[in-house]
Design a protein around this ligand. Structure first.
Ligand SMILES: Cc1cc2nc3c(=O)[nH]c(=O)nc-3n(C[C@H](O)[C@H](O)[C@H](O)COP(=O)(O)O)c2cc1C
Length: 189
């Protein structure tokens, strides 16, 4: 299954998970960038001074379901069987940049899976939003606590998700091989 991992990350945490997933699934990797990038809003898990008033703006934008202007991504999601979309959680919600990405590419996404990072990943609301924006049920979802991302716990949390996606890919491949045989479509010499 040709797979793309794509994410938005403001302070780098979601990016680490995305890179890990791309490696584990031998997938292509892409990032979602805002046209007007925000300063890093967090530093070592705390509100950063550089963020200033932009932190509150970011919270409000996410809370009120706003999108943001994003740059064109490098990879075309229509070229992939599966696209994993990742977001940090802001105000319990998907970020404006990921909202824009899912809106923009809704029709090009064949299958999706979602991942997020958050201080306290109560991620069901964000994943519901992402499902609605993508217009399809994700194959699987995973949320990682920010504090776990740079620790040994991270691979353990993510491995179940990776295994599920790999198994689904293998099942699909098998079905595509077996179906023509059962329909008598094999070409004997
Ligand atoms: C504006 C803003 C709002 C946030 N809101 C939440 C929240 O509602 N719940 C939560 O658990 N974490 C919240 N966080 C923490 C982030 O989700 C978390 O630190 C995430 O890993 C950051 O990802 P990033 O480094 O890829 O940007 C918030 C962070 C920011 C900057």
């Amino acid at each position: 299954m040709k797979t793309l991992v794509v994410c938005y990350s403001n302070s780098g945490t979601t990016m680490i998970v995305a890179e890990y997933l791309a490696q584990a699934l031998t997938a292509d990797f892409d990032v979602i960038e805002e046209v007007k990038p925000r300063p890093p809003l967090l530093y070592k898990g705390e509100r950063s001074k550089a963020g200033g008033g932009t932190f509150v703006k970011a919270v409000c934008a996410a809370l009120f379901g706003r999108s943001s202007r994003i740059a064109a991504t490098r990879k075309d999601p229509s070229q992939y069987d599966l696209v994993l979309v990742g977001t940090p959680i802001w105000a319990g919600s998907v970020t404006p940049a990921v909202r824009s990405y899912l809106r923009r590419h809704r029709k090009q996404l064949r299958r999706v899976a979602f991942f997020c990072t958050a201080g306290m990943p109560e991620k069901s609301r964000a994943f519901r939003q992402m499902k609605r924006l993508a217009g399809k049920q994700p194959m699987d979802t995973v949320g990682v606590k920010s504090d776990d991302v740079r620790t040994d716990a991270c691979p353990l949390i993510i491995d179940g998700f990776v295994k599920n996606l790999k198994a689904a890919g293998q099942a699909e491949h098998l079905a595509s091989v077996v179906a023509p045989v059962t329909r008598g479509e094999t070409h004997s010499e």
